[in-house]
Design a protein around this ligand. Structure first.
Ligand code: IPM
Ligand code: MG
Length: 359
């Protein structure tokens, strides 16, 4: 029996997780998949209930599961600039770190039927297929930070720190993954300024010697942000640090038309992992029925594929999503004048219909 921990979180999280669980329930019932799942609170909802964003028991349950399915965390209600106050985002970082999920896979693909939803020109984005591989348990997200209040000055700092082993393992994974794709790796850094980036670049070059079949280039992060909208087709696998990956993956996601479409997987050394949409909790549309559950549903497909080895079921889900989009159904985030506007539950139901037909 495979155990999944479901953490719906805040904002639109519970709404889109709800649609995704309909898919999971269907597979449990109809395909006899041996899966059971439990729920836990994470983020703002946990702060409201318990005063902290993640209880130890919830973390333990995550560690003891075969995979975690996460909605989203955070919202204006819990935003604070006061040092030491609990933040929803701390919970996310804690799960990533405690489960050693050092590799964050953020694939970006263009759906033919959605080409008009992108703000970029059709000829620029047609055929784009990028995997952003973001380092997830190191760098400035986890380095020492502090605010100092002195008599004559106030200052604050954060630290970007990378150990050699942290760079090595993500870079190896980048080359291995590129082998299964178009054999091209772009390593993104800021080696003209940062010492941690210089270590990163040196390490990439050294490891590349074992992967001579893979084409490698280095790119500064500022240039990368420009190249991504100038000519995104030049990229295959992008490997980069935690912070640069956070920023660039939002930009890359928008090439596809909506960040509401893209799932992500966070993986460690074993099969366990955490699966979540790239987008956030979108509190502005919470409860309106406007949320797009596709990224969440596709996150379940990734969970099936990477953590449980249910490849057939993952394919069925991905094809069902594609069909619904081809038929012209659109949530507001991907609606561009034509097509039929539907809400969260309706598009969830339409995806379910396609899945039922495929079984
Ligand atoms: C992401 C998010 C998170 C991050 C936030 C919510 C902490 O932006 O997963 O990209 O910065 O990693
Ligand atoms: Mg982000």
């Amino acid at each position: 029996m495979k155990k999944i921990m479901v953490l719906p979180g805040d904002g639109i999280g519970p709404e889109i997780v709800n649609e995704t669980l309909k898919v999971m329930d269907f597979f449990i019932e109809k395909s006899n998949l041996e899966i059971s799942y439990d729920f836990g609170d994470i983020g703002g909802i946990a702060i409201d209930k318990y005063g902290i964003p993640l209880k130890d028991e919830t973390l333990e349950m995550c560690k003891n599961s075969d995979a975690v399915l996460l909605g989203a965390v955070g919202g204006p209600k819990w935003e604070t600039t006061e040092p030491g106050k609990p933040r929803p985002e701390d919970a996310l970082l804690k799960v990533r770190k405690e489960m050693s999920l050092f590799a964050n896979l953020r694939p970006v693909k263009i759906y033919k039927s959605l080409i008009d939803s992108s703000t970029l020109k059709k000829e620029v984005i047609e055929g784009v297929d990028i995997l952003v591989l973001r380092e997830l348990t190191g760098g400035i997200y986890f380095g020492k930070r502090e605010r100092i209040i002195a008599d004559d000055d106030v200052f604050a700092y954060d630290t970007e720190l990378y150990h050699l082993y942290e760079i090595e393992r993500i870079v190896k994974l980048a080359f291995e993954t590129a082998r299964l794709r178009r054999k091209k790796v772009t390593s993104v850094d800021k080696a003209n300024i940062l010492e941690s980036s210089r270590l990163w670049r040196e390490t990439v070059n050294r490891i590349h010697k074992n992967y001579s079949d893979i084409e490698l280039n280095h790119m500064y992060v500022d240039n990368t942000s420009m190249q991504l909208i100038r000519n995104p087709k030049q990229f295959d696998v992008i490997v980069t640090s935690n912070m640069f990956g956070d920023i660039l993956s939002d930009e890359t996601a928008m090439i596809s038309g909506s960040i509401g479409l893209l799932p992500s997987a966070s993986l460690g050394d074993n099969n366990s992992g955490m699966y979540e949409p790239i987008h956030g909790s979108a509190p502005d549309i919470q409860g309106t029925g406007k949320a797009n559950p596709i990224a969440q549903i596709l996150s379940l497909a990734m969970l099936f594929r990477y953590s449980l080895g249910f490849k057939k079921e993952a394919d069925i889900i991905e094809i069902a999503v594609e069909k619904v989009l081809e038929k012209g159904y659109r949530t507001p985030d991907i609606y561009a004048a034509k097509g039929q506007l539907v809400n969260t539950k309706e598009i969830g139901g339409l995806i379910m219909d396609e899945i039922k037909e495929a079984i």
